[in-house]
Design a protein around this ligand. Structure first.
Ligand SMILES: C[S@@+](CC[C@H](N)C(=O)[O-])C[C@H]1O[C@@H](n2cnc3c(N)ncnc32)[C@H](O)[C@@H]1O
Length: 226
């Protein structure tokens, strides 16, 4: 049977496969990304992610996940510690290019924080998170500095599409998003014929990502690990 209208119910800790794509419902605070990385056999050459933007935003996403499932605990999060975990993964993965969407307020800290952990810092652009009233920053870490077209002022999915169209992204086959949410990265990985690996705290959000990719590809999601 194909994917089609498959409705799945996801629980924390589960790892799902759709074609070559892998999706884990996990929590960075528990170092769960290691479970996903243990199942990936190909090199990850690109990261594209829009992680929480500060400690309050980390807490906010936990509260949303708690409301959706009742399972996830809401608590204060130390943002530096959260980034310690993410940057450790980036250092291990050694991608060709790492794209991070970050808030105007926090982005300089993230540039500093990733020095020596990610490829060299290669530029930042002010883009918009949905509405032009909500500016945010797209950061690029890569040995490639050249850009085709200036993305300044782009909004929503055009930002991700622009990043996927840059030469370092075009050379990459396997993309990781460590906070994949409703699956913007997954959609562009599909459009650009790449394999996508993603992790997400909130099962309800991850369900939507998996249902979308399953419908698009016609492939049934398979549960790899409970
Ligand atoms: C700004 S949203 C990402 C939006 C995403 N680009 C999309 O297409 O929906 C940040 C995501 O990080 C997830 N998140 C927050 N804390 C997390 C954690 N500790 N572990 C894993 N994911 C987390 C949230 O649930 C949320 O879906």
């Amino acid at each position: 049977m194909g994917g089609g209208n498959t409705i799945i119910r996801i629980k924390q800790g589960q790892l799902w496969q759709v074609g070559d794509d892998l999706y884990l419902c996990g929590d960075h605070e528990n170092q769960d990304l290691n479970i996903l990385l243990d199942h990936i056999t190909e090199p990850i050459d690109m990261i594209y992610s829009d992680p929480p933007w500060n400690a309050g935003n980390c807490r906010y996403w936990r509260t949303i996940a708690h409301r959706h499932t009742g399972e996830i605990e809401t608590h204060d999060v130390n943002f530096n510690w959260f980034w310690d975990i993410l940057r450790g993964h980036i250092k291990t993965i050694q991608p060709r290019v790492c794209w991070i969407e970050m808030s105007v307020q926090e982005h300089t800290n993230v540039i500093e924080y990733l020095e020596g952990y990610a490829p060299p810092y290669a530029g930042k652009w002010t883009v918009c998170y949905g509405s032009p009233k909500r500016p945010n920053i797209l950061l690029r870490f890569s040995s490639e500095k050249h850009i085709s077209n200036d993305p300044t002022g782009l909004s929503g999915e055009s930002v991700t599409e622009w990043a996927f169209n840059q030469s370092d992204s075009l050379q990459s086959q396997n993309v990781l998003d460590f906070c994949i949410g409703l699956g913007m990265t997954s959609r562009f990985a599909y459009k650009f014929d790449k394999t996508c690996y993603g992790m997400e705290l909130n099962p309800t959000r991850l369900e939507k990502t998996i249902e979308w990719i399953s419908k698009k590809t016609g492939l049934k999601p398979e549960l790899l690990k409970e």
